[in-house]
Design a protein around this ligand. Structure first.
Ligand code: GTB
Length: 216
């Protein structure tokens, strides 16, 4: 069945794979599911046709037959539940992999998003220079905890799973901050995710969109 996702027509990250269609593309590549991409402008995201797919006027969305989904986590979980390769067969291991998806989005990511807000939107605020180190310390706390859990393992819980996919995508938001390099096992973990052929295909596909936008 034809499957279509939405992505930025012009991604503010210039193709660094930081917008959340990346998670969805990567999951689809991992399970070998072909997909179409409908590129969408910021203005079109706020118009009724897109709001019917995502009430919050954001990407990514996912359409497959009469199913329309939003929220990258829900989309990745949907893909992982319907195709082999992203969730273990064992019920308990499967539950733990899903827990790691939630951990990525609701425990690890919040201070990382706070940092993005601080750096992008609050740079000129008089309190910016005082606030950033506080945010960075909150990130360090989470990274320290995650680093301790990961230890010398390749992945968070056994084989690579949807939990790793989402966690690596979340951690990639820190690539330019220098914070990840304070935790060498986490930097290696992210690099390990990035070397997966499915990641590379997804990255190249979204980079091609950014290149076309830059040249067009
Ligand atoms: N919780 C939702 C999900 O996971 O799907 C969040 C979706 C979301 O934030 N979408 C963003 C969006 O559509 C794009 S990914 N924004 C448009 C708007 O709000 O008007 C977030 C994002 C944007 C840009 C970068 N970047 O440039 O580095 C990284 C991540």
């Amino acid at each position: 069945m034809k499957l279509t996702i939405t992505a930025f027509e012009r991604s503010p990250d210039g193709g660094r794979g930081l917008a959340r269609d990346m998670q969805v593309r990567w999951a689809l590549e991992e399970v070998g599911q072909p997909y179409d991409v409908r590129l969408i402008s910021f203005a079109a995201m706020k118009q009724p046709p897109h709001l019917a797919l995502n009430p919050f006027g954001r990407i990514p969305t996912y359409e497959e037959g009469d199913l329309a989904l939003f929220e990258s986590g829900a989309i990745v979980l949907h893909i992982a539940e319907r195709h082999a390769g992203l969730l273990p067969d064992d019920a308990n291991a499967r539950a733990r992999a899903i827990a790691w998806m939630f951990a990525a989005y609701s425990t690890v990511e919040p201070p990382i998003l706070e940092r993005a807000t601080a750096v992008i939107l609050e740079r000129d605020a008089p309190w910016h220079d005082k606030r950033l180190p506080l945010v960075d310390d909150r990130i360090r706390k989470r990274l320290g905890e995650l680093s301790r859990h990961l230890g010398d393992s390749d992945w968070l819980d056994g084989d690579f799973s949807a939990g790793d996919l989402v966690m690596v995508a979340v951690l990639r938001r820190l690539l330019r901050s220098g914070l990840l390099n304070e935790f060498p096992n986490l930097a290696a973990y992210v690099a390990r995710g990035e070397t997966r052929p499915a990641f590379k295909r997804a990255f190249e596909a979204q980079m091609a969109v950014a290149m076309a936008a830059a040249n067009g």
